[in-house]
Design a protein around this ligand. Sequence first.
Ligand code: GLC
Ligand code: CA
Length: 526
Amino acid sequence: MAGPALTPPGAAWWRGGAIYQVYPRSFADGNGDGIGDLPGAADRLEHVARLGADAVWLAPINPSGGVDGGYDVTDYLDVDPVYGGLPGFERFRDRAHELGLGVILDWVPNHTSDRHPWFVEARASRDSARRDWYVFADGRGDGPPNNWSSRFAGPAWVPDEATGQWYLASFYPQQPDLNWSNPEVRAAMADTLRVWVDRGVDGFRIDVVHRLAKDPLLRDNREAAADPPAGYGRNPGWYTTLHLRDENGPEVHGYLREMRAAVGPGTLLLGEVWILDLREVVRYLSPGELDLAFNFPFALSPWNPGPMAEVIELTEELFGAGWPAWHLSNHDMARAGTRFGPRTVRAAAVLLLTLRGTPVLYMGEEIGMLDGVVPPERALDPVGRDGSRTPMQWDASPNAGFAPPGAEPWLPVAAGYRDRNVAEQEGDPDSVLALYRRLLDARRRHPALSTGTFRMLEAPAGTLAYERAGPGERFVVALNFTEDRREVPLAAGTVEVASSVSLEGRELEGVVALPPHGAVVVRGGH
Ligand code: GLC
Ligand code: CA
């Protein structure tokens, strides 16, 4: 069992910090079976520490039914043998703590696998003692109990032939929703949190936490025409109803306070609050609830200064003294470099790492990784998220250093890895990797850039400019979203960090000339 964690280095360490997301299956394969694992990941953690991140969030490592990339858990207390089991986890945790990195686990409370013993017992009969741990209901006529849609495909209800009822499954049918209105469920899930806190984890990323509270009367969602936002799982039914009954019920805030009570004040709770109305999201950060919540309106914004400025300003206005979190990529969406184009990755790095809040990076983002093209015969995720899950690109060797040469990676390594990998960029002071390191380093050296205040500035068309200020320090960040050179007026200052290293150290007087897709962090400024 672990000794005390070396991190977190004090309360609210995550405020000035940066989180690095590892998708364990795709990060590093230590034993050559083609699947990433925790001993392999432990051996690569030095990269994360050198990058300047403060904590690692691991996508689920529990044993699972294998239907949803680990998000269909069969045992919350164990670690999948494919990832090295509990000893693999301990090795990873100890290495992370040795390097001063916090460990954040993915916790999936909304649903289990249909192979979880709780569900097996629940579905066995209508009188099962665990029947009410899930959401079983009678159909309406021949159809499902109501009009709720699955996030992925079809209705959110699965007929259970043996007992003649339907069960609720908000994602894949093999992921039955737990019934959080049942106190026994909440107590059992809180116990799982306590076990992992005792095992030395520093935080949890809580999967689809806004889905925990649903209408107890199972009333219909209201129909509404809606434009699907970018993202995965374009199940038409999911977008043509307003989600007033199947998520974000008022009870969720009580559930959050119970989670907080289970983990104590020092454990980071980062919620996947997949709600596009930030007014609702911010409520999840009330005292005694979450520390951080992902900002999906920001992550889904087009690469365009107008909408970006709008969502950033709205976040600033709503979060007030609270603390935002920012991400542009993860395992569920196409990578930012793919969505916005490879030429934007440097400016995107500058943006992500200079906003007021905690940035969450997705493995590979620091080398400007792009989505792999997975041929149909190798496709694994039915809703099309394989592209952002292809293996991490460490070097130019066969299998990109992800797995030993000769192993067959579970998803193919993306084409182009020979030119875009960690080893290649390691030696290049003007690489994307070097830029991420300089940005994270600047955040550490200048609290104005991490915990300082934020103010949007007037900026010419096609650009974005804002100020970050802290005790005795002021920075202006200017970003060019266009293919052309752009001039942004600002007061005298020195370029602290720039998208091209050659711009750094320059003294500016009254204006900065940004190259196409260029970005600068100017000390002094305005
Ligand atoms: C979250 C996860 C996603 C998963 C879903 C269901 O959105 O990030 O990967 O499929 O929840 O658990
Ligand atoms: Ca392996």
